[in-house]
Structure formats: structure tokens, C-alpha cells
Design a protein around this ligand. Structure first.
Ligand SMILES: Cc1cc2nc3c(=O)[nH]c(=O)nc-3n(C[C@H](O)[C@H](O)[C@H](O)COP(=O)(O)O)c2cc1C
Length: 298
């Protein structure tokens, strides 16, 4: 029997397997080089890039919860210029595609980021993180209203020929309507889910644990919610759906690509640590995916 076929295509990005890192869960990738051969990945997705540098939220920024964690990092990053000047040059030798995750507080900010990043040859795709406040709308998050999502995706689509992925938030009333809006505005794929808003209380101080008060819940605890949403979205759109949320093992990844009727639209994205990614692209995990290899194509 030959090697199982793991290739997938998301927009114009040809990936040798469907395993990607989740934004913010894998640094810029380079931090993991000494633990892990990054070229085993189907694609590398880095931390969010914003127009200007951000130092992030005051601490505490991370706290453990049952089956997961809450984070309120606050999009700490060196900004567009910092990424292009200092980080991207260090990733030039990577063979796997690089997808830039972008965040902004205005439609124009998203477009500016997408245009500048698309000029960099090494950037194969843009993932739009719509889970951020729209300053022009009084701080309402872009992700909650289909027209706002459509506006951002259209603006990005206009300035780039790179693959455009819209990353959806689970903190919405109807994620299917949001996914359809992204598709209608020209997204090549959607990825989901981002973190769920949560709160942890220090019972001794009776105060929130996180400096930001609330944070985003991630990890194994969110997997059933992610699976439900991936399934609903995959049934409603024709573009590829990238599954994220609680994927820590090859079995998690496999289940993340299973519940989507009709098949063939869901690719799992693993996160949290490099180990699942390594297991997913080598060795025994392959056999569990091979019987499903057909479901990864777009
Ligand atoms: C510490 C941390 C930082 C994150 N930063 C980003 C980010 O910059 N942009 C983004 O789109 N998602 C970000 N996320 C969300 C993840 O990419 C992912 O959608 C979420 O954590 C669910 O996946 P998981 O359960 O596998 O962690 C972050 C998550 C964590 C835990």
C-alpha cells in the first residue's frame, strides 16, 4: 500500500498536509525550531499582526481552568513594520507556507495590513482575525455582525490576490450567518473557532484573576463547541473550513475533520504545543487520517 495522501489546497495554498498552527499558540514559529522541524507543518500561522506595535494587556494574562485556559494577552506584537523587518526575514528558509494573522480596529487598518503583507513574497495567505473592536462603531467587535465581517473581508479581498481566510468567533448569535457573509465577500476559506469569552475569580480576593477581567477560553474544554460550529458552518458554505479548538492529538484532529457534512471541506488546525503537530504529520497518526484523506480537500 502506498503512502496516504495528505495534501490539501486552501485557496491558492497547496499544503502537504492539513496541519496548521493556531495563531498565538506557536509564537512566530521560530521559537519552536529547536524542538520541532517546522517544515513538517502544512502551514505556519503566526501571532496576530496589528498596524502598530502593541505591548498587550497588564498581567495576569493567563490562568489555567478545568480542561483549558483563559488568556488575555491583548494582541502583543511588534506591529506591521516590526514583523516585516525583524521576524519575516528570519523565516525565509521555511519551506512550509506562512499565513499572516491580522487584527485592526478599522476596515482601513485591515486593508493596509493585508496590502503590505501581500507584497512580501513569503506570505502565502492572510487570516483575518475579526475578533477585535471596530473603533468606528463604538468598539463593537467586527465578528458579531455579518455586514461588518463582509466589509472587512471585501476590503482585504480588494487589495490582495493572496489566499484570504476569515477567522470566526464563537461569541456570536449565529456563526453560520457570519460564515456566509465572509464567503459572500470573497473569503477563500473560514477558520473557526477563536476563543470563548470567560471569567476566572480569585476566591480569596473576590476579584477577577486576569488583569483584563475577562479572557478567551481555549484548550480541550472548547473542543465540543468547536466541533459543533465547524459542523454547522461546513454544511452551510462551499469554501474550505479550517477547524480550530481543543485539538491536541491526532484523534482530535481527525474528529475535527469528520463531523462536517458533506465531507471534503474541513481541515484541522492543531495548536497549544508543537507535539501534536509533529504527531499529526508523522508516524502513527497518518493511519488514522488516511482513511479520511479524501475529506481534507477543498
Ligand atoms: C495565548 C493565546 C493567544 C492567541 N492569540 C491569537 C491571535 O493573536 N490571533 C487569533 O486569531 N487567535 C489567537 N488565539 C486563538 C487561537 O488561535 C485559537 O483560535 C484558540 O485558542 C482555540 O484553539 P485551541 O483550543 O487549540 O487553543 C490565541 C489563543 C491563545 C491561547
Amino acid at each position: 500500500m502506498g503512502e496516504p495522501r495528505m495534501e490539501v489546497r486552501i485557496g491558492d495554498i497547496a499544503m502537504k498536509n492539513p496541519v496548521m498552527t493556531a495563531s498565538g499558540c506557536f509564537g512566530w514559529g521560530e521559537e519552536y525550531r529547536r524542538f520541532f522541524d517546522l517544515n513538517l507543518l502544512g502551514a505556519l500561522v503566526g501571532k496576530a499582526i496589528t498596524p502598530q506595535p502593541r505591548s498587550g494587556n497588564p498581567g495576569v494574562r493567563i490562568t489555567e481552568t478545568a480542561g483549558g485556559m483563559l488568556n488575555a494577552i491583548g494582541l502583543q506584537n511588534p506591529g506591521l513594520d516590526g514583523f516585516l523587518d525583524s521576524i519575516l526575514p528570519r523565516l525565509q528558509d521555511l519551506e512550509c507556507p506562512i499565513i499572516a494573522n491580522i487584527s485592526a480596529d478599522s476596515v482601513a487598518g485591515f486593508a493596509r495590513l493585508a496590502e503590505a503583507l501581500s507584497a512580501a513574497e513569503k506570505v502565502a495567505g492572510i487570516e483575518i482575525n475579526v475578533s477585535c473592536p471596530n473603533v468606528g462603531r463604538g468598539g463593537v467587535e467586527f465578528c458579531v455582525e455579518p455586514p461588518m465581517v463582509a466589509e472587512v473581508v471585501s476590503a482585504v479581498r480588494r487589495v490582495t490576490s493572496r489566499t484570504v481566510i476569515c477567522k470566526l468567533s464563537p461569541n456570536v448569535t449565529d456563526i453560520v450567518a457570519i460564515a456566509r457573509a465572509a464567503e459572500g465577500a470573497g473569503a477563500d476559506a473560514v477558520s473557526l473557532i477563536n476563543t470563548l469569552v470567560g471569567l476566572a475569580i480569585n476566591v480569596h480576593t473576590r476579584r477577577p484573576v486576569l488583569g483584563n477581567r475577562t479572557g478567551g477560553l481555549s484548550g480541550p474544554a472548547v473542543k465540543p463547541i468547536a466541533l459543533r460550529m465547524v459542523s454547522e458552518v461546513a454544511a452551510a458554505v462551499r469554501i474550505p473550513v479550517i477547524g480550530i479548538g481543543g485539538i491536541a492529538t491526532a484523534t482530535d484532529a481527525s474528529s475535527s475533520s469528520s463531523p462536517a457534512p458533506p465531507p471534503s471541506r474541513s481541515a484541522p488546525r492543531t495548536s497549544s504545543a508543537p507535539w501534536p503537530a509533529r504527531r499529526s504529520s508523522t508516524g502513527s497518526a497518518r493511519s488514522s487520517w488516511s482513511s479520511r484523506s479524501r475529506i481534507f480537500g477543498s
